[in-house]
Design a protein around this ligand. Structure first.
Ligand SMILES: [Zn+2]
Length: 367
């Protein structure tokens, strides 16, 4: 793998003055924003939800954060906002840690690790899932596939499917989620009910999922402890898959709910799914009108500070998934994902505005 080769190259560089100097120079004028979803212990007996949402075990997460502390300067969203509005400066090699969706393990597992190390964090909430026990489409699918007693059947959206082994179930779950998350709102709910019926699984109640998501008490506690919360829409649709007025309402509702719960207006937002084709300039403008000053995509970073200033409503991030061992993480933080983007999509590498991505680039990735 390219990333593994690059990781070993970077490891070889470690300790060499020339390598450290080169990386120091590379990052000096760049912002590194890391995107996590969940930090979940290996072997936890509780229902784990959709496996691709697990970004790291607590041990690997702590190693990654220690690397960031060693090589970068962790900053808060407040630091970034002050730099953007000209009332503050950034340290060299600034890095911001973010989490998407609002999983409870952010509060119970990730935040204590960060707090102990004095590293700030931003959590982006899809507000309809906070304190309701309502399941995200992907966790709902994971539950249904995990509880299906059949070993092969015809499944709506994905056709004839083998479910005999755990890996076949995992692959089927990903295939169904990838197909279903492209559906607009009401059809997504219908597809979930149809899936449960097809797999012969009784519709799970909120109890099946409550341990996975934060409630508003968690959110308020973390907010008081210094975690910043941002919007991530209300029901987590892919914005460009909805009529414009509905997609803009999704942004507004999440910001209103957060404002009501915390008593202050959020200043950050992250686009669901986050690739260039998943949001548009209208969504950037809507978020800005609602008081958001920094919004984040999932196009790969790190990003030059000049680009952050030029387009603060579409700041790139580095996506971290469970496959990202420490060497892969280091490679990504040092630009491997952007290098991969340049090799695969050279025409997009220098593009600043959203444009077309090839289909399937985010397949099997949390959003
Ligand atoms: Zn998300």
């Amino acid at each position: 793998m390219l990333t593994d080769r690059l990781a070993s190259y970077l490891r070889d560089l470690k300790g060499r003055i020339i390598g450290d100097r080169w990386l120091g120079h590379y990052h000096r004028e760049r912002l590194t924003v890391i995107c996590y979803h969940r930090v979940w212990p290996v072997g936890d007996p509780r229902f784990a939800g959709y496996k691709p949402t697990i970004s790291a075990s607590p041990e690997v997460f702590a190693q990654q954060i220690d690397y960031i502390r060693e090589r970068h300067n962790p900053i808060s969203a407040c630091d970034l906002a002050r730099w953007l509005d000209g009332t503050g400066t950034l340290p060299p090699r600034p890095a911001l840690i973010t989490f998407d969706d609002g999983y409870r393990d952010n509060a119970d597992i990730a935040w204590p690790i960060l707090r102990k190390r004095n590293v700030p964090a931003v959590i982006f909430l899809a507000t309809d899932y906070i304190g309701t026990g309502r399941a995200f489409l992907w966790d709902f699918a994971a539950y249904c596939f995990a509880n299906c007693k059949m070993t092969s059947l015809e499944i709506p959206l994905i056709g004839a499917t083998n479910l005999a082994s755990e890996s076949q179930r995992d692959a089927a779950t990903i295939a169904w989620v990838e197909a279903a998350k492209l559906l607009p709102g009401a059809l997504r709910d219908e597809a979930m009910a149809t899936l449960a019926a097809a797999l012969g699984v009784a519709m799970p109640g909120p109890d099946a999922f409550q341990h996975l998501y934060m409630d508003w008490t968690d959110v308020r506690r973390l907010s008081q402890e210094g975690v910043e919360f941002g919007g991530h829409t209300h029901t987590h649709p892919i914005l460009t898959r909805l009529p414009l007025d509905e997609s803009c309402a999704e942004i507004d509702v999440s910001i209103e709910r957060l404002t009501a719960a915390l008593g202050t207006r959020p200043r950050t937002f992250a686009y669901p799914n986050g690739s260039a084709q998943d949001f548009g300039i209208d969504h950037e403008e809507t978020a800005k009108r609602a008081g958001i000053s920094m919004a984040f995509s999932l196009e790969p970073g790190p990003v030059p500070l000049a680009q952050v200033r030029a387009r603060p409503m579409a700041i790139r991030r580095i996506y971290v998934g469970e496959r990202d061992s420490l060497p892969r993480f280091i490679a990504k933080v040092n630009g491997a994902a952007r290098l991969g983007e340049m090799l695969h999509r050279p025409n997009r590498f220098f593009a600043v505005r959203p444009s077309e991505n090839g289909p399937g680039l985010n397949r099997g990735r949390a959003s």
